[in-house]
Design a binder for this molecule. Structure first.
Ligand SMILES: C[S@@+](CC[C@H](N)C(=O)[O-])C[C@H]1O[C@@H](n2cnc3c(N)ncnc32)[C@H](O)[C@@H]1O
Length: 295
């Protein structure tokens, strides 16, 4: 079978199985099997697939047709310029979380890395003592992306899942930031010692009702424990908000990714906890998605 024929028939097949972007997914799967870039497929339409490649493509296509996420099938995802391995033990990092990293990067630059001498060719070298805690690190996405940008910062990355921590640690090695991150198994703060300048978290915040309406890709394949929380999705957000002041330095900041209807409740709760200031920032669809609170 030619590359052009494989693309065409795979697109039709995935479309029939309700895949939202069948031609894009067909390109990803075929380029994965042929170990080439997507663009290259269009430069070699008459290349012939070997029997082994055809069989492999068939097996992977069946997985995608059963709605397994493309990222689990190919086993990796690009997150803020870092290549991360993902498997069923970890949530697939989302573009919304990249946006939170982008916003936190701006905050760190503005507040801790203002001086030109803080800048080096490979990243921000200033503020050697800065400490950041990533709560619920999953694949390690947030800690790894930020530690690549800020090599001098010391990160602690926490998850309750040993399997997730193993994936995160492996990702930190592949992305050459292992020595900048301490990985700790902990039920939120339970095994955490010391205080931090910034705590960043993308905790589970989906309500049971919302969960039932999610795509099969999410419901049937991603770990539910990484997604849902009790109290209409607020339980973990509120718990972290209530405990963070004990683990923040003076003027320290907590930033949490949230659902888009949760900020009124979080603002009201933060008021009872003595935070000096809170702020809500928006995702790229202009929804309130990041809750910032300063002690
Ligand atoms: C929404 S995922 C975020 C993963 C990653 N930070 C990201 O943004 O892609 C939430 C993570 O929190 C972890 N988690 C859930 N409950 C936890 C708890 N009680 N203590 C520590 N981590 C927890 C889950 O295992 C999961 O990895």
């Amino acid at each position: 079978m030619y590359v052009s024929e494989a693309l065409q028939s795979l697109t039709v097949y995935l479309g029939r199985h309700g895949i939202e972007h069948p031609s894009t997914d067909a390109e990803w799967l075929l380029s994965f099997v042929l170990d080439c870039k997507r663009l290259e497929l269009f430069l070699m339409p008459e290349r012939v697939l070997t029997a082994e490649q055809t069989e492999r493509l068939r097996a992977l296509s069946m997985r995608r047709a059963q709605r397994e996420p493309l990222q689990y099938i190919v086993g990796e995802v690009d997150f803020f310029g870092q290549k991360l391995t993902v498997d069923k033990c970890v949530l697939i990092p989302r573009p919304e979380t990249e946006e939170s990293v982008y916003q936190v990067r701006g905050y760190l630059e503005e507040n801790f890395f203002k001086e030109p001498s803080d800048l080096s060719d490979i990243g921000y070298e200033g503020q050697k003592s800065l400490k950041i805690l990533d709560l619920g690190t999953g694949s390690g996405a947030i800690a790894i992306a930020l530690s690549a940008l800020f090599p001098s910062v010391k990160f602690t990355a926490v998850d309750c899942s040993v399997e997730a921590l193993a994936v995160a640690e492996k990702n930190s090695i592949v992305n050459n930031v292992r020595e900048r991150i301490s990985f700790v198994q902990s039920d939120w703060f339970s095994n955490i010692k010391g205080t931090f300048d910034v705590i960043i978290s993308n905790p589970p915040y989906v309500s049971e009702e919302e969960y039932r309406s999610l795509q099969p890709e999410v419901r049937c394949f991603e770990p539910k424990s990484a997604l849902t929380a009790e109290d209409e999705g607020l339980a973990d957000l509120k718990y972290i908000l209530s405990k963070a002041p004990e683990y923040l330095k003076r003027d320290g900041l907590l930033v949490m990714e949230t659902g888009c209807t949760q900020h009124a409740a979080l603002r009201a709760y933060a008021k009872t906890l003595g935070y000096v200031k809170t702020q809500s920032t928006l995702d790229l669809s202009h929804r309130e998605r990041y809750f910032w609170a300063w002690v």
